[in-house]
Design a protein around this ligand. Structure first.
Ligand code: AMP
Length: 112
């Protein structure tokens, strides 16, 4: 079981901001911005490389949840960044697909 499945199952503590039968969102333990939330599907898809057509609705819901959390955290208008790291070069450290929501500060482009 992945670390994020354990968080989704409440076996490891986390500050959960949203959960339903498909999606869980929690505060990142090592925040890189004033608001840093990790959004995951309960289903443990390892990475974007493992996404299949049947996952389309589930992955789409991650955006719906991200939009709602951005609004709840007060960054919808100021702006925020959604990031999905895939594989070693991108720095993916947990093999359970996840979207980062970062907001509350100005961000540079290109990312490091
Ligand atoms: P990534 O590097 O894209 O795989 O992102 C993994 C993220 O998970 C990192 O930003 C970590 O800080 C975060 N993380 C790791 N362990 C925990 C945890 N126990 N609770 C919350 N966030 C975590």
């Amino acid at each position: 079981m992945t670390l994020f499945e354990k968080i989704a199952n409440h076996e490891i503590p986390a500050t959960i901001l949203f959960e339903d039968d498909m999606i869980v969102a929690f505060r990142d333990i090592n925040p890189q911005a004033p608001q840093h939330v990790v959004i995951i599907p309960r289903r443990a898809i390892a990475s974007v490389n493992d996404v299949e057509s049947d996952d389309a609705a589930l992955l789409g819901m991650m955006f719906v949840v991200a939009k709602q959390i951005a609004s709840d955290l007060g960054v919808a208008e100021s702006g925020y960044r959604l990031i999905i790291n895939c594989g070693p070069d991108a720095g993916q450290s947990v093999a359970h697909i996840h979207m980062h929501l970062l907001g509350g500060r100005t961000m540079a482009w290109p990312p490091g």
